[in-house]
Design a protein around this ligand. Sequence first.
Ligand code: AMP
Ligand code: ZN
Length: 114
Amino acid sequence: MENCIFCKIIKGEIPSKKIYEDDKVIAFHDISPAAPVHVLVIPKEHIESANYITQENSKVIAHIFQVINKIVEELNISQGGYRIVNNCGNDGGQTVNHLHFHVLGGRELQWPPG
Ligand code: AMP
Ligand code: ZN
């Protein structure tokens, strides 16, 4: 998708601190971390938001959660705990319209969010 910042990261057109990649997904460090560990895991397919998950494209969601399992081990936060966040739409605080899951950890996180 043109003009999508995450599609550009996938294509290598803008740099990122990538920590995982396979044929379906990539994961990279968030540019503006909200916790000591803050990574984004995204499908390579441009899916606008959680609103656009369908029967046809939803397999990648299960795969993303398996990838997150690997990543949290490697980043050493699996035992301490972490949070997986998806922001959807305006009220959800979504700023990049390419589906992504935040993985946050490395400190005790507050709940509920503001
Ligand atoms: P959201 O607000 O849920 O849409 O999350 C978008 C996230 O993307 C924010 O946490 C941003 O800090 C992050 N972000 C935006 N641009 C970049 C980039 N070029 N590289 C890494 N993370 C980015
Ligand atoms: Zn995109």
